[in-house]
Structures are given as structure tokens and as C-alpha cells.
Design a protein around this ligand. Sequence first.
Ligand code: RB5
Length: 150
Amino acid sequence: MIALGCDHGGYNLICAVKKYLDEKGIEYKDFGTYSTESVDYPVYAYKVATAVANREFEFGILCCGTGIGISIAANKVNGIRAAVVNNEFGAEMTRRHNHSNILCMGGRVTSEEDAVKFTDIFLNTPEEGGRHDCRLAMVDEIENGTFEVE
Ligand code: RB5
């Protein structure tokens, strides 16, 4: 089950993602926004990020104009690893190495066709674990204030 969210700048892109998910029979909940009328991206980042962090959803997909603002906001929620993806390699590696749980894309920089490709790769690439687990544990320590460096 996937949690979806966007602002006005990402509305068209999330519609393309929804069409792909419908075709694949993948279930999702759409947290809005539901039009191209101007809204504030932190609202939708927060709704999706908290739902993913609470493990109500396995993954989230967030779209704004660039993917950047909405990813910054989502990453403020503990447990979220939101990645802005602009190419296929990034879509794969952010799952393999960063164990990302939210895919962020920008409606003003990424085509609908590419967004569907990135979504497909993101949802179908496993976490690699191994040496990446201890690096991600360090990221968690930064998040909870226990990280120590010499
Ligand atoms: C909204 O105009 C725009 O700032 C937003 O969609 C996003 O690109 C922010 O990072």
C-alpha cells in the first residue's frame, strides 16, 4: 500500500503515477492535493511522511515542482528517508543503498513518462542491507541525537 501526496506543482505528475498504479493493481491512498490550485507542500509532505513513519504504508510518493521542497519537509519526520529522483540509476540506488521509503519527483523537471519509470524501478528494487545497514544506523543516530564522531 502506497501513500501519495503532492502540491500544485506536482499534481499532474502524481496523476500519471496514479494511472500507473491503477494499471498495475497496486493499492494506494491519495492524501491530496487534488488540483493545480496553489497549496503549501509541507502539509502534504507531513501527511504522507507521518503515515509512512507509522508503518501504515510501506512507501510514499511525493511530487512538487522540483521534488526538493517536499522531500526536505518529509525528511524532517523521524524514520523517513525521502529521496529526490531525477534518473533511473538514482531510483534504483536510493532503494538499494539508502533504503529510501519515500520517492520524491518534480513536475517541472520530470516528464510523466519518466516519473512512471522511476516509480516502477523504486517500487521493485530491494534493499541491499549489508554494509549499508550500519551507515543507515548512523543516519538514525544523527536523527535521534546520539551520533558521535571522533
Ligand atoms: C511551488 O511553487 C514550488 O515552490 C513547489 O512546488 C516546490 O517546487 C518546492 O520545492
